[in-house]
Design a protein around this ligand. Structure first.
Ligand SMILES: *[C@@H]1O[C@H](CO)[C@@H](O)[C@H](O)[C@H]1NC(C)=O
Ligand SMILES: *[C@@H]1O[C@H](CO)[C@@H](O)[C@H](O)[C@H]1NC(C)=O
Ligand SMILES: *[C@@H]1O[C@H](CO)[C@@H](O)[C@H](O)[C@H]1NC(C)=O
Ligand SMILES: *[C@@H]1O[C@H](CO)[C@@H](O)[C@H](O)[C@H]1NC(C)=O
Ligand SMILES: *[C@@H]1O[C@H](CO)[C@@H](O)[C@H](O)[C@H]1NC(C)=O
Ligand SMILES: *[C@@H]1O[C@H](CO)[C@@H](O)[C@H](O)[C@H]1NC(C)=O
Ligand SMILES: *[C@@H]1O[C@H](CO)[C@@H](O)[C@H](O)[C@H]1NC(C)=O
Ligand SMILES: *[C@@H]1O[C@H](CO)[C@@H](O)[C@H](O)[C@H]1NC(C)=O
Ligand SMILES: *[C@@H]1O[C@H](CO)[C@@H](O)[C@H](O)[C@H]1NC(C)=O
Ligand SMILES: *[C@@H]1O[C@H](CO)[C@@H](O)[C@H](O)[C@H]1NC(C)=O
Ligand SMILES: *[C@@H]1O[C@H](CO)[C@@H](O)[C@H](O)[C@H]1NC(C)=O
Ligand SMILES: *[C@@H]1O[C@H](CO)[C@@H](O)[C@H](O)[C@H]1NC(C)=O
Length: 357
């Protein structure tokens, strides 16, 4: 029964291929048996109308593209809400231009995708990024805490390149949900208890230096009231996107303004040991994990809670740029931890559709 769908999808796509002389991305997806679920998805009518994507990918006059193409097994068990979401999810797998595996640097590469729908895209420009992590011969595509591995790189088409991946890339989630998935429970609790969750979720284009649970355990925060704690949390948030690639080759330490109003200092003179120091110099934090994407920026995990003043009494109690009164309510879209949505399994849909044929 599954074969029927795959066969139909392949026939539909091969049909358009025959009308063209080249070896387009659409043709390549249609003819690779490990991509038949993706081909079925892209075929107009079955799961929605994605003809604008397939048409764009079928003719080199529409530019060159890089596709992270989930294999058939990548789709097993994936939860999709409805066809509209699927269109955004598919766009999240598409990058403008031809990017062969060798074009990525070792380490993190932040690459904007074609997903620009403002429901998902809270980045200031360019589309929601993926983080292509190159480590030796392994190429992984991170979309938050989760990632997919590239299992077959550089499948060349006339209008770009297809990298086959072993998981579906879901657009990144809000800050608190991403932090929860990253096991930053105490940070999430601190945001909640200071009414900072909605504020941090609704910012666009921020960098969050999130202390891990050990950092919170070793910090004595009992001397601060809740309003001061809100200021301390805002002291870990910076406007602008500072990815690990921005935190290298700095010749001297740099002061950056935080959402608490006061500065902290970043010392990235050694790329392997980026240090953050609060203005009073009483705490120094090291980044222990970099480049976790959220829907509105990036989280780096640090090992120490930074304090914006020498004495507890001088930590400000005024409102910060991330407390809830400052901005609208961020909303939950979907994702593995986002339980509010009705889920329809693609594989179940495939099976039902096959039975109908
Ligand atoms: C590709 O697009 C161009 C410009 O729109 C069009 O003239 C041409 O016929 C298309 N080629 C195919 C094979 O569809
Ligand atoms: C795709 O399907 C829609 C209806 O779902 C139809 O209106 C449209 O003409 C179809 N487009 C192509 C290119 O087949
Ligand atoms: C990427 O997005 C642009 C602008 O929204 C659109 O014109 C283009 O067709 C998209 N590319 C693909 C392959 O879907
Ligand atoms: C697509 O790539 C080919 C070669 O890789 C190049 O010749 C062509 O100009 C590119 N097309 C566009 C629209 O960028
Ligand atoms: C699809 O999901 C989005 C977001 O959950 C929702 O706003 C929209 O109404 C849904 N569309 C349909 C046709 O169910
Ligand atoms: C953006 O995504 C939302 C939620 O899935 C959807 O309702 C809306 O139609 C999308 N907008 C466009 C232009 O695709
Ligand atoms: C894709 O990149 C080309 C070349 O840089 C640019 O001209 C074009 O506007 C881009 N298209 C989109 C949809 O971003
Ligand atoms: C990705 O590849 C790495 C290196 O081969 C491996 O350790 C890891 O388990 C793989 N993860 C997934 C999700 O495939
Ligand atoms: C968040 O904080 C409120 C009080 O502001 C509390 O009632 C609620 O239980 C907290 N939620 C979580 C998930 O900790
Ligand atoms: C958080 O907001 C709730 C509801 O607006 C309020 O009752 C509570 O006092 C606030 N907590 C803090 C710490 O500001
Ligand atoms: C994350 O924050 C949103 C509000 O912005 C809230 O609705 C949601 O319940 C929070 N998630 C968790 C796991 O606390
Ligand atoms: C980080 O680097 C990117 C690419 O070079 C650049 O566009 C961006 O402005 C930099 N971010 C900051 C905060 O300087």
């Amino acid at each position: 029964m599954h074969f029927k769908i795959a066969a139909l999808a392949t026939a539909a796509l091969a049909g358009s291929a025959l009308a063209q002389s080249g070896n387009s991305i659409t043709d390549l997806i249609g003819s690779n048996s490990d991509l038949s679920t993706l081909a079925a998805l892209l075929t107009n009518g079955t799961f929605g109308n994605f003809s604008s994507i397939t048409t764009t990918l079928s003719n080199s006059t529409n530019g060159n593209w890089t596709i992270f193409a989930p294999s058939n097994s990548a789709f097993e068990g994936v939860q999709i809400t409805n066809n509209t979401d699927l269109s955004s999810i598919l766009s999240y797998h598409i990058v403008n231009g031809t990017h062969e595996a060798s074009s990525f640097n070792s380490g993190a590469n932040i690459v904007a995708t074609n997903l620009t729908n403002s429901t998902y895209d809270m980045f200031p420009s360019g589309g929601v990024p993926v983080n292509v992590m190159v480590s030796g011969k392994n190429v992984a595509v991170y979309h938050g805490v989760d990632y997919a591995n590239v299992t077959s790189a550089d499948n060349s088409a006339s209008n770009g390149v297809v990298h086959i991946i072993n998981a579906v890339l879901m657009p990144p989630m809000s800050v608190n949900n991403t932090a929860l998935q990253a096991k930053l429970d105490k940070f999430v609790n601190a945001l909640n208890s200071t009414n900072s969750t909605d504020g941090i979720n609704s910012k666009k284009g921020i960098t969050i230096f999130a202390p891990n649970d050990d950092a919170f355990s070793s910090a004595d925060l009992s001397k601060f009231n809740s309003s001061q704690l809100a200021n301390i949390l805002a002291y870990h948030v910076v406007e602008g996107l500072w990815f690990s690639s921005n935190l290298t080759n700095m010749t001297s330490p740099m002061n950056i303004t935080t959402e608490a109003g006061s500065n902290l200092t970043i010392d990235a003179s050694s790329a392997s040991s980026v240090k953050l120091t609060d203005t009073s110099g009483n705490e120094t934090a090291h980044i222990v994990k970099t480049d976790i994407l959220t829907d509105n920026g990036v989280i780096h995990i640090i090992d120490t809670v930074l304090i914006p003043a020498v004495n507890a009494s001088s930590v400000p109690t005024n409102s910060t740029n991330i407390t809830n009164s400052q901005s609208g309510v961020g909303s939950l879209i979907y994702g593995n931890n986002d339980v509010s949505l009705v889920a329809v399994s693609l594989t179940v849909m495939s099976a039902l559709f096959a039975l109908m044929l």
